[in-house]
Ligand binder design. Structure first.
Ligand code: NYM
Ligand code: MG
Length: 217
């Protein structure tokens, strides 16, 4: 018919080390999409506002201790508790921009080097989540990230941990090349913003050409 099919929204994820500039870039991306007349929801994980998110927040701030497997599963549960909302938004034609998603979930836990807390183990609870249409990986060296106002005082914000996180992110990027666009996050915020827009535009086109929303496998 002549009536255009209503197109689903696009699931866009921004990933990277702490201090890579994810928050700034997510905000700019949301604005840019809105300027194009698109409806956008902006999420971040961990979502510290829910009961599970409050447990995660207190763990990250060092106010409570949790077994490494237990905190891993809470991070995952924090995604599952909004998974159906994400799916509904996408189906309703709304774009969803997410600051960290299951890739952070896998790499930060696996980077702890706990026996049996492998990438494989860490990936299982993520299976079935709505899979991103594109993941923009803001790539930055740990030296450069460390210079950006220094790391904070939260759990994982230690140089050694960040080095392992960086290595593991690199492996994930290589193993999931169809999902990732690697962006040099050492450039200026404007340059990074433009690289992101370029990657996202190509992705929006794929979705409007009919690419379906997938699940994490
Ligand atoms: N983090 C984040 C995890 O360990 N697992 C996860 O699933 C997610 C989403 O939380 N150092 C870690 C990475 C960060 C920390 O995130 C807090 P942020 O974006 O700095 O608030
Ligand atoms: Mg942080």
């Amino acid at each position: 018919s002549d009536v255009p099919q209503s197109v689903r929204g696009t699931l866009i994820v921004v990933e990277g080390l702490d201090k890579a500039g994810k928050s700034t870039q997510c905000a700019r991306l949301v604005e840019n999409l809105q300027k194009r007349g698109r409806k956008v929801h902006h999420l971040r994980f961990p979502d510290r506002t829910t009961p599970i998110g409050k447990m995660i927040n207190s763990y990250l701030k060092g106010e409570s201790q949790l077994d490494d497997h237990a905190i891993h599963l809470l991070f995952s549960a924090n995604r599952w508790e909004v998974a159906s909302n994400v799916r509904s938004a996408i189906n309703a034609g709304i774009d969803v921009v997410i600051d960290r998603y299951y890739y952070s979930g896998v790499v930060y836990s696996a980077a702890k080097d706990i026996p049996n807390l492998t990438v494989e183990w860490a990936s299982w609870p993520e299976i079935g989540l709505p899979r991103c249409d594109i993941c923009l990986f803001l790539s930055i060296s740990t030296e450069e990230a460390g210079k950006r106002g220094g790391y904070g005082s939260e759990k994982y914000e230690l140089r050694e941990m960040q080095d392992r996180v960086r290595t593991l992110f690199g492996e994930l990027v290589n193993n999931n090349q169809e999902d990732f666009v690697v962006i040099d996050a050492g450039k200026t915020a404007e340059e990074v913003e433009n690289c992101i827009l370029e990657g996202v535009s190509a992705c929006l086109q794929r979705v409007s050409d009919g690419a379906t929303l997938r699940e994490v496998t």
